[in-house]
Design a binder for this molecule. Structure first.
Ligand code: FCB
Length: 440
């Protein structure tokens, strides 16, 4: 049967996402540098090292690829520790380097989406207690006051904080990110302060640039109770869903923060998102386990039938992406997909992952979801936090020793989508033929 392509609205943003510490290289003045120097914290004691060498200018090569391959936007982050290496001391050359990057993006036809905080903190912030310290929201506000006037002629899309709940869970519950704690009360305190920091940043940006689009990037983890018939599975699933998925974003609507066993009222957070950024990767099945007190009595696993990524980190669950978008609609603001992708050095499952997820996004939009852009994680392989160089999320591969870029075949598939502003029937047939029946 003759079928037409699945098209997206005019002006839809198609891009990739990166983060400063993961691509720049030689970021030695932040908490992650300390973490990487501590044996046993990163798989195989890998370090970011030169990363993708963006700080020496290699962003030009990667972003030229992005533009040549039809993208019209790029999400990236600026490194606080470069711009403010010591409290209140500004590195104007670093600001200038980011301005050049922004000018470069724009001249390549890429609309910049700038993240102000993507997991890393300057060492001086870390030494003052990081985001557990109430003063950090003030320090962050001072940083935002400095950078917004410096970049506002070049940027309209701002992300205040990337994945605050991942920062909180990984750093203060699971102990995988610095400072490596397991302290739920400290986690609550960090959530609180990040909400205050976000709200301050939102207002600072809007005061300087009234038309700005300001939001944060939420890592949405899809979850379902493992045994539908067993109420305790529902209890732990709901508790986990509320804490991980709802806590931060709900506070931006109601001002009421509920996290773990604590509550607070943060009125200044109300109404501080012009859009919601959604990062989506996978979905968990959640089961009650009476012996897992440390893990709030829950155990998570992937659907045994799901296709798993190279290191078993991600299960391909496009239905969870549909859930993520439906969930985001509850905030009544436009939605930007700020991350989505899979680790796959051989590029075996990425084409299927990409097309099935884009298909879910397209369907959600047909159903009325106001999705305005999609940023694939990532343009090129980069330093993957506590998992070091073991996970390869790039459309392009990278050899970190030689800095050689390797074009993966997914580049061509994503290129078709970006260039046509549509998912073509050829791409569906080639990458996800099982979707044909849904189309018929
Ligand atoms: C997200 C992070 C991003 C990257 C991807 C794979 O949680 O925001 O920096 O590590 O996961």
């Amino acid at each position: 049967m003759e079928q037409s392509n699945l098209s997206f609205p005019k002006d839809f943003l198609w891009g990739t996402a990166t983060a400063a510490h993961q691509v720049e290289g030689n970021n030695t003045n932040n908490n992650w540098h300390i973490w990487e120097q501590t044996p046993g914290k990163i798989i195989s004691n890998h370090t970011a090292g030169l990363a993708c060498d963006w700080w020496n200018g290699r962003w030009k090569e990667d972003l030229t690829h992005a533009a040549e391959d039809g993208q019209n936007a790029h999400r990236f982050s600026i490194e606080w520790s470069r711009i403010e290496p010591k409290p209140g001391k500004w590195d104007e050359a670093a600001i200038q380097a980011y301005r050049e990057m922004l000018i470069g993006m724009r001249s390549l036809g890429l609309k910049p989406m700038l993240t102000l905080h993507h997991f890393t903190d300057p060492i001086w912030i870390y030494e003052k207690g990081g985001w557990e310290n109430d003063e950090t929201a003030d320090f962050f506000a001072r940083f935002v006051e400095k950078v917004v006037p410096a970049f506002k002629d070049l940027v309209d899309y701002w992300i205040t904080i990337n994945e605050p709940t991942v920062y909180v869970f990984s750093g203060y519950m699971a102990g995988e990110f610095p400072p490596g704690k397991n302290d739920p009360k400290a986690a609550f305190q960090v959530m609180r302060n990040m909400l205050c920091g976000h709200a301050r940043a939102y207002r600072i940006i809007h005061a300087a640039q009234p038309h700005a689009m300001v939001g944060f990037a939420k890592n949405f983890r899809a979850m379902i109770p493992a045994r539908a018939w067993f109420p305790p599975d529902h209890w732990v699933n709901d508790f986990s869903f509320r804490n991980f998925n709802n806590s931060f974003a709900d506070t931006l609507m109601s001002g009421r923060l509920k996290f773990a066993f604590w509550k607070d009222f943060i009125p200044e957070a109300i109404g501080t998102q012009d859009y919601i950024g959604v990062n989506y990767y996978t979905r968990d099945h959640v089961r009650f386990n009476a012996l897992a007190a440390k893990n709030l009595f829950q155990e998570r696993f992937f659907d045994p039938r799901a296709e798993l990524s190279e290191n078993g980190f991600i299960a391909t669950e496009p239905v969870g992406f549909a859930e993520a978008i439906r969930w985001a609609q509850r905030y009544y603001v436009p939605i930007y997909i700020t991350e989505n992708g899979v680790e796959d050095s051989q590029d075996i499952m990425r084409p299927h992952y990409l097309i099935t997820h884009l298909f879910e996004m397209w369907k959600a939009m047909q159903g009325g979801a106001d999705v305005r852009g999609y940023m694939h994680w990532s343009q090129v392989d980069n330093f993957e936090w506590e998992r070091g160089w073991t996970q390869r999320f790039g459309l392009w591969g990278l050899n970190p020793l030689t800095q050689e870029r390797i074009r993966r075949s997914s580049v061509d598939i994503y290129r078709d989508v970006c260039m046509q502003n549509a998912i073509s029937t050829e791409n569906i047939l080639q990458c996800a033929p099982e979707l044909q029946s849904e189309l018929d």
